[in-house]
Design a binder for this molecule. Sequence first.
Ligand code: HEC
Length: 103
Amino acid sequence: MKNRLTCIALAMGALYLGSTAWAGEPADSRTRTMAANCSYCHGPDGKSRGAIPSLAGLEKGYFVQQMKDFQSGARPAVVMQKHALGYNDEEIEKLATWFAAIK
Ligand code: HEC
């Protein structure tokens, strides 16, 4: 009986550990999904093969500033203004970190 309880406790502990290990995962995959929305124009992993600028390796501060300037219209760009308006500050921050980390 005691053994069985220990067993259940261990299993629950494993479940608990398992779920905390996963806690960081959804946020990460969300950033990945957001970043994938950019790849159609900016290339896979933000590495452009055409005239559109690459996002990979852009300095974080610069990236955030460009997104804000697109939002406000300070940097006029019809397509990017629409895109930029779809993301809040926190999401822009995550995208900036994501692309800055790509070498
Ligand atoms: C439909 C095509 C398209 C998509 C999709 C797109 N962009 Fe852009 N993006 C552009 C174009 C075109 C430019 C150049 C704008 C200009 O300078 O006139 C640009 C420029 C930028 C710049 C400025 C780069 C620099 O070097 O100054 C950033 C930052 C940027 N995009 C971020 C994003 C992010 C983040 C996403 C996804 C959430 C995204 N873009 C999705 C077309 C696109």
